[in-house]
Structures are given as C-alpha cells and as structure tokens.
Design a protein. Structure first.
Length: 181
C-alpha cells in the first residue's frame, strides 16, 4: 500500500512539472539597484521574501530572491516558473580563508506541497575543489529552475538550502516557499 501511494505521488508530479534543475554561482552578480520590499531584520541581516534562515558563525547582510537578470521576486513569492529563481545571499564575514581561498559546500532540495521531493542536490559546489576567492565567497547565488506545464493547477514548492564552510563551522541554512500564479 505504501508503494502505491509513493507511485501515485510521483505520478501526480508528472502532471504538474515539465522539468526542474539546480544551478549555483559565486561572486558579485547583477542585483537590483536597491532591494525593496518587506524586510525582516534578523541578527543585523535584511531578509526578504519570507526566507527562513539561520547562519551560525556567519554575518549575513542580505538574503532575497530574484529572477535571472536581477528582477526581484515580489514579497508574496508568487512566481513565473518559466524563469530561473535565484536565492542571493550576501555574506559579510565568517568564512575561514586558507591561502586566499574559501572552500564551500551547498545543497538544495525542492519539495512539492504534497511532500514529494522533486529535486535534491547534496553538494552543488563539489565541482570547485580549489574553492573561491574570499571576495567572491561574499556573494552566494543558488538557482532553482522549475518548469510547470501550461495547464497545471496552482501549486507551491518549498526550497530548502544550506551553504557551509568546509574549513570552518560557519553555515547558512534555511528555506522559502514559492507559489505558482
């Protein structure tokens, strides 16, 4: 019976999703000239888009969502799933720098509203074994691409993320919800 419900939930996702994938980058990217909207100030950081985040060992100044090209996602997180959605984190301090480099790991997981894991990547930065410059590591961008079918009913997804320091104990971890229009 359990197997039946598992197959049913996977089958139902086929009616909603056309495709999905992750991407990541480091370094200063084009961001909105001024991040506007309803920010929550938490430990000195301005957090937008109802992002739930903790960052032991790191000082984060901003966390927000944008589309490809830097257009900010509205505060209510109703999005156009035909466009890539990017989480941008600005980390002021906390990474351990060795030989001018910061070694990071990052993971993301997208879960549908019925609890089905749609996509999961355990280490987006594994392809960068030499790390990043300390300056570039201040700007973390994790992207999620979900392409919904044209006739899909309104739905929501939860994106969970974690970015961690391979040389230290600092990390940023959290989640946010996205809603289809």
């Amino acid at each position: 019976m359990k197997k039946f419900f598992y197959l049913l939930s996977i089958g139902s996702m086929a009616f909603v999703l056309q495709s999905c994938e992750f991407n990541c980058s480091i370094g200063k990217k084009k961001e909105p000239e001024e991040v506007k909207g309803a920010a929550v100030v938490k430990d000195g950081a301005r957090i937008y888009n109802n992002i739930d985040i903790v960052s032991p060992g790191l000082k984060i100044s901003k966390a927000f969502l944008v589309y490809e090209g830097g257009v900010r996602i509205p505060d209510d997180n109703f999005v156009d799933f035909k466009k890539w959605i990017k989480l941008q984190l600005q980390v002021d301090s906390g990474w351990v720098v060795k030989d001018g480099k910061v070694l990071l790991g990052a993971s993301e997981k997208i879960t549908a509203e019925d609890g089905t894991v749609v996509l999961e990547e355990n280490d987006l930065f594994k392809k960068y074994p030499d790390g990043f410059s300390a300056e570039d590591a201040k700007y973390i961008v994790l992207s999620a691409g979900l392409d919904l079918k044209e006739d899909a009913a309104p739905t929501s997804f939860t994106v969970a993320f974690k970015v961690w320091d391979r040389n230290g104990s600092g990390y940023a971890e959290g989640s946010y919800k996205l809603y289809s229009k």
